[in-house]
Design a protein around this ligand. Structure first.
Ligand code: AMP
Ligand code: DBH
Length: 540
């Protein structure tokens, strides 16, 4: 078994620079939570289901979990797959691991056997923590199947109902606490996942030093404080929900975290009303659903001050609806689990909030926008986004092939995103390099076609992907979710021809669907759309 501690991946010269600049302060997750609990033990920290924990109660539970995991034989440096939905237990489990030096691997409730087996293998995981049943799915048989191919994965612990004998998290939480040694802040605290909307996820080692810096910057830019009440509507394990500023940022600021078991407007709006939520975060497909639900909702959403939208491209037509519909500030967030996070500031002018995805949050985020040959792109022209900085990783965990592809020799991460940058440093995301359709040599941006389709009044949402074509190499297929009365495919193509665009941008094929396949966090999965086309499970 590989028990080597996963350490920081920045070269020492950079690490020193980030320490000298005051970004990396040597704080650890276990220690700052303890400080908050000492400073305000009776303040409410976490609300989920029927659970309401103060900082004092939460911190005491974290000690019990930390000792419980170690008592079970899980050792500092070990990796454990954590696959919990938005339940309160998520927090003492993962902070318990941080305090013990055990690394959670943040899996999403939507992940299934193939993905979980991949994570188990790459992480060399020794354990799994999950919930027995959630959203109609039984996790037990899946975990047994994962274990069959991962003999090292021996420690399995469950939250929920019908927990097998001896495998209960609730029992673990009874472990008498003992004082544990402080962790080294330059160690990886956990492995986060890359999104996998286009391929299998990679594992991202984030250290106490670098991640806590990203929380501190996010808290400052998003103006969180002790009065903040953050609703986790997206999965708690996702990097956006966790850190931008997310649940961890809220706890860092001494605020309160409220967990929504699902992102549906019914449940989320009820919690916003009941708990007087001040800030929450959604992905664009969910933003559309929320905006459509507001006019008929009877819930009082007046406590909401900020709606963050990020994770995928938000088009200006939708962005413009947010403030008038919800009466709160729109904040665009363009981030990645690998590091770099961009925000529009809360007081940014309207055109910045609507048309850009924000600017890098650290003065030491180095951003390069380059053409296909690696030469700098001119200001305002599209190019590949490369980045390096105090909270952007230099390597994935245990994946030399991905590292060779994804990082330049001088340590810049190739984000795979096509962006343009303006004079003030604001970035506009134009798409992913791989979302381009190469139609007989004519390069078509999927995002550009989608923007035109979304401008059609009867189109609720659209996603364009490339289809292999014997003559052209690739042709375009537009998946459309239509409103009633549904337009026809010829009408959609006719609409595109009125938009004043090149004929090769008119989708070759239009397919109407009721919903898009989604990634674990709810982003539209182009990978699954392409697979559906290949498998012939869609009709045009
Ligand atoms: P992940 O791999 O899940 O961490 O996803 C990160 C990727 O999501 C980025 O590289 C972008 O492609 C995409 N992304 C995140 N936020 C935004 C945004 N606000 N606008 C456009 N794309 C985004
Ligand atoms: O999509 C993402 O991964 C993401 C989006 C917004 C992210 O990781 C983040 C903010 O931190």
């Amino acid at each position: 078994m590989n028990r080597a501690i996963v350490r920081q991946v920045w070269p020492e010269a950079f690490a020193q620079r980030y320490r000298t600049a005051g970004y990396w302060r040597g704080e650890t997750f276990g220690a700052w939570l303890r400080e908050r609990a000492h400073a305000h033990p009776d303040r409410l920290a976490i609300v989920g289901g029927d659970t309401r924990w103060t900082y004092g109660e939460f911190d005491a539970l974290v000690d019990r979990y930390a000792c419980g995991f170690l008592d079970r034989g899980i050792a500092p440096g070990d990796r454990v797959l954590v696959q919990l939905p938005n339940v309160a237990t998520f927090f003492p489990v993962v902070f318990g691991m941080f305090r013990a030096g055990i690394l959670p691997v943040f899996c999403l409730p939507a992940h299934r056997e193939t993905e979980m087996s991949h994570f188990a293998r790459v992480a060399e995981a020794v354990g799994y923590v999950g919930i027995t049943r959630w959203a109609g799915f039984e996790y037990g048989p899946m975990v047994a199947a994962v274990q069959a191919n991962a003999p090292a994965l021996t420690h399995v612990l469950w939250d929920g109902v019908d927990v097998p004998e001896g495998a209960s998290l609730a029992d673990l939480a009874q472990t008498p606490p003992q004082t544990l040694p402080e962790r080294d802040p330059s160690e990886a605290a956990f492995l986060q996942l890359s999104g996998g909307s286009t391929g299998l996820s990679k594992l991202i080692p984030r250290t106490h030093d670098d991640y806590i810096y990203s929380l501190r910057r996010s808290v400052a830019i998003c103006e969180l404080d002790a009065s903040t009440i953050y609703l986790a509507a997206l999965p708690a394990a996702h990097n956006f929900t966790m850190s931008s500023p997310g649940t961890f940022g809220t706890l860092y600021a001494g605020g309160r975290v409220v967990l929504s078991p699902s992102p549906s407007p019914d449940e989320a709006f009820a919690l916003i009303e009941r708990e007087r939520v001040t800030i929450t975060a959604v992905v664009p497909p969910l933003a559309l659903v929320w905006l459509d639900a507001v006019p008929t909702s009877t819930r009082d959403l007046s406590s909401l001050r900020v709606l963050q939208i990020g994770g995928a491209k938000l088009i200006p037509e939708v962005a413009r609806r947010v403030e008038p519909t919800l009466g709160c500030t729109l904040q665009q967030v363009f981030g990645m689990a690998e590091g770099l996070v961009n925000y529009t500031e809360l007081d940014a002018p309207e055109h910045i909030k609507v048309h850009t995805q924000g600017r890098p949050m650290s003065p030491d985020d180095e951003v390069r926008v380059v053409d296909d040959d690696g030469a700098p792109a001119a200001m305002g022209t599209p190019g590949h986004l490369l980045t390096r900085g105090p909270y952007t990783i230099r390597a994935y965990h245990n994946d030399p092939a991905a590292n060779a592809r994804s990082f330049t020799d001088d340590g810049f991460y190739r984000t795979g995103d096509i962006v343009s940058r303006d004079q003030q440093g604001y970035l506009t995301v134009l798409g992913r390099a791989t979302d381009h359709i190469n139609r007989g040599g004519e390069k078509v941006s999927a995002e550009e076609i989608e923007d035109h389709l979304l401008a059609h009044p009867q189109v609720h949402d659209a996603a364009v992907v490339a289809v292999p074509d014997p003559f052209l190499g690739e042709r375009s297929c537009a998946f459309v979710i239509a409103r009633e009365p549904r337009p026809t495919a010829p009408q959609i193509k006719a609409w595109m021809r009125t938009r004043g665009v090149a004929a090769f941008k008119v989708p070759d094929q239009v397919v109407f669907v009721d919903a898009f396949p989604a990634t674990g966090v709810g982003k539209t999965s182009r990978k699954d759309l392409r697979a559906a086309l290949r498998a012939g499970t869609t009709t045009s």
